[in-house]
Design a protein around this ligand. Sequence first.
Ligand SMILES: *Cc1c(COP(=O)(O)O)cnc(C)c1O
Length: 449
Amino acid sequence: MDDLLSRTRAAVWHPCTQMKQLESAPPLAIARGEGPWLIDTDGRRYLDAISSWWVNLFGHCNPRISAAITEQLGRIEHVMLAGATHAPVVELSERLASLTGLGHAFYGSDGASATEIALKMSTHFWRNSGHPEKNGFISLKNAYHGETVGALSVTDIPLFKHTYAPLLRHSAQMPTPDVRLAEPGESAEAFALRCADALESHLAEHADTTAAFIVEPLVQGAAGMAIYHPVYLSRARELCTRYGVHLIADEIAVGFGRTGTMFACEQAAIRPDFICLSKGLTGGYLPLSAVLTTDHIYAAFYDDATARGFLHSHSYTGNPLACRAALAVLDIFEQDGVVAANRAKSERFTVVMEPLRDHPRVRHFRHLGMIWAFDVTRATPDFALRFSQSALTQGVLLRPIGNTVYCMPPYVVDGMEMDRTVAAMLHGLAASTDRGRGSMADGGSEKLP
Ligand SMILES: *Cc1c(COP(=O)(O)O)cnc(C)c1O
């Protein structure tokens, strides 16, 4: 294991990481996975309470998903999707269309590429429709839509964005309906409507030069699990329609049951013009993303002129193994009634979380579907790192965002595993006060209560 750690530091540039920090906080050396558990090269087990960056839905090494991929491996692993097609991509596109009410699935390999695809399609639509001046984008304050140059232009997280500002195209950010920002006594709904008024003012002035409004429905994940009232989405839908601006729903994090419905947009009863999917799409198995859109938008590209077509591609577009994994995920949703089962689980787990809601350092305890989050007061600058290291000593993998602690477990976790998560969170809170500094040093020796 030590060998792997020194080799990873020498050979691998880890994502979203100041590599120097790996000196004091080495990465987990994972040998295998089993349901919601990760097992390191020394046999220690960690509960993956954040679903490996929000991608895993049905556990690691899920036999049904593994079998589907293995079966596909014996047929065809990959073929380019220009000038060829195959059953997995056709079936997946049909099923995603019936689930989303949108169609003509276009595939990429990860979330950021889905954002790029939606942004390009939207402006290309306006260009094909005789409005090349409609090429601006708007997003929400604190939005996250990925980190490639185009996606970063509509992302609004300073830590990720600021350094690359010279590369980025300007986009406008609308006030976020994040309910934590409501005035004292103001309801989530009233606040969301007030934010929608600001969106309307912007559209009234800039719709002529705006292609699309891109939004994370119901939960702004990377902002720190900022939850808002669905009425914002219904108003945004009305306004985008009225002002002739596309609505892009970035369901990369919230899609596939995470917020309690298959897609978060369902809770506002809206249909966006584009939907971006990734992360849970393959159950956390293989990189795949998809963008689906309306027949109306699709029709503007359908022409004898080549250049009116959407000439975008990635080498692995529509990879058959990834599509098979996604089909197995959809089968599990259907066969196991996952959305309904999660509803019951979500209620039970919220009860398990009660001790956190009542903890004196916890503010804004919030919950939606299979997401729980809270903010921690008196957090030191190194809070996130200390908290997550403390949780690891309790066998739970958690990575706070700033002073926000959240849990976003694979749907296969059980009550005991949630108990363990809560215990690790309480331990992390105790260990991350100044008094707790000493106890961090005993890492690994503490037992669960
Ligand atoms: C993770 C995420 C993305 C980017 O996906 P990657 O696969 O990391 O490129 C985009 N939008 C949202 C809302 C996300 O949570």
